[in-house]
Design a protein around this ligand. Structure first.
Ligand SMILES: [Zn+2]
Length: 384
């Protein structure tokens, strides 16, 4: 079986960050013995950052412009260089870098040229705002910009990167011509592998269709690619689409991030966040976390002893004030004073301010007016 080997050249200075590793893990899990093989390669490129310039206002959301061969056929290079912005690279330089990466690979490892694609896993932006694509001047070279805005618009950053691993393999086999930009770059979004998306957020469409348009299909048919290769690309696209699917995201969101409840803090290790609660707030939070079914405010009187014991453990004021303070606070709570709802609001606000509304949801003390108040996480953690 003929192989297509996609070498992912990760510059040493940037390293394999989480999104790259996750994209690689996903791509290599699809038909691992199939015709498309992915290899992560540590690439000792000299960091070009000193030559790039930093553009403060660059959002990365502007319409991308194809990187085409015409750049190399008598364009005014000087003018383009004058337009260079901070940490952004003009397309000529980007093309030279991807070509150099491919040449380095063939020099190092001498893999069979007809089967091997070198993708520069590029951390820098480019003035054309292109997310990924083939080199117009080197048929074994291409790039992906792993920091592109496109990686921020889907359910996770690795998703469009993994998609483009497979897309790059397909373009290498079926669309490997110097005038790719003129012939195959779609100016309209068709839900096709060759959409480059005027509005970057639309990358969602091609990821979800996991498909190619009719004219690209007709072109691919003429290339006489092996059915196993086509099947592998299809399986890769399908797998990526399944990860992007919003129903799957909903499923994930029912499993909240992990939280450790300490003496003073709620700690969310996976996102390096923590929320400090006062002893009074912590008393109430610890009480509700032990009540997965929830408790109505007017039932709190039944739990007076538990509340007092909890508060004693957490109290950090003067010992001679302890008895009076605790008794006073718990009495107010148990007599349905507005102090209880104010404390609950304060706790919820602290959590939302620290980790954001969406992630905070399972950790808030919630419940309809007059109904039982509960922390959803208290129930969920029994299940997971
Ligand atoms: Zn197409």
């Amino acid at each position: 079986m003929e192989k297509t080997i996609v070498y992912l050249l990760v510059p040493q200075y940037s390293g394999v960050e989480g999104a790259i590793q996750s994209a690689f893990d996903l791509a290599s899990s699809v038909n691992p013995d199939g015709p498309i093989q992915f290899h992560l390669v540590n690439y000792p490129e000299v960091n070009p950052q000193p030559n790039l310039t930093f553009e403060e206002d660059w959002t990365g959301q502007m319409e991308p412009v194809p990187i085409s061969l015409s750049l190399f056929l008598g364009s005014n290079k000087k003018l383009l260089f004058e337009e260079r912005r901070k940490f952004l690279e003009v397309p000529e330089e980007l093309v030279l870098r991807m070509n150099a990466a491919a040449d380095w690979l063939f020099h190092q490892e001498s893999p069979p040229r007809e089967n091997s694609l070198a993708l520069l896993i590029n951390p820098f932006g480019n003035t054309n705002n292109v997310f990924c694509g083939p080199s117009p001047t080197h048929k074994n070279a291409g790039f992906i910009q792993t920091t592109h805005y496109a990686t921020e618009v889907l359910t996770a950053r690795y998703i469009p990167i993994a998609y483009e691993f497979f897309a790059a393999a397909l373009r290498f086999r079926a669309f490997n011509v110097p005038d790719f930009a003129q012939r195959f770059w779609h100016n309209e979004d068709l839900g096709c592998v060759n959409d480059f998306n005027r509005a970057i957020a639309n990358i969602r469409f091609k990821v979800l269709t996991a498909d190619i348009c009719d004219s690209c299909y007709a072109h691919i048919e003429k290339q006489r690619l092996s059915p196993q290769f086509i099947e592998h690309v299809r399986a890769g696209f399908e797998q990526v689409a399944a990860e992007q699917n919003n129903f799957k995201r909903a499923q994930r969101s029912r499993k909240p991030i992990d939280m450790h409840l300490g003496f003073r803090y709620l700690t969310f290790e996976s996102i390096k966040a923590r929320v400090m609660l006062s002893p009074k707030e912590m008393t109430l939070y610890k009480f509700f976390i032990t009540q997965p079914k929830g408790v109505k405010y007017h039932e709190l009187g039944d739990y007076k002893k538990e509340l007092i014991d909890l508060y004693r453990e957490l109290f950090n004021g003067e010992p001679d004030e302890m008895q009076t303070t605790i008794q006073g606070v718990v009495d107010r709570w148990c007599s349905f004073d507005s102090d209880i709802s104010q404390t609950v609001s304060k706790i919820n606000k602290k959590i939302k301010d620290e980790i954001g509304d969406a992630l905070a949801e399972p950790f808030l003390i919630t419940g309809e007016r007059g109904e039982a108040k509960a922390i959803p996480y208290a129930t969920l953690r029994q299940r997971f």
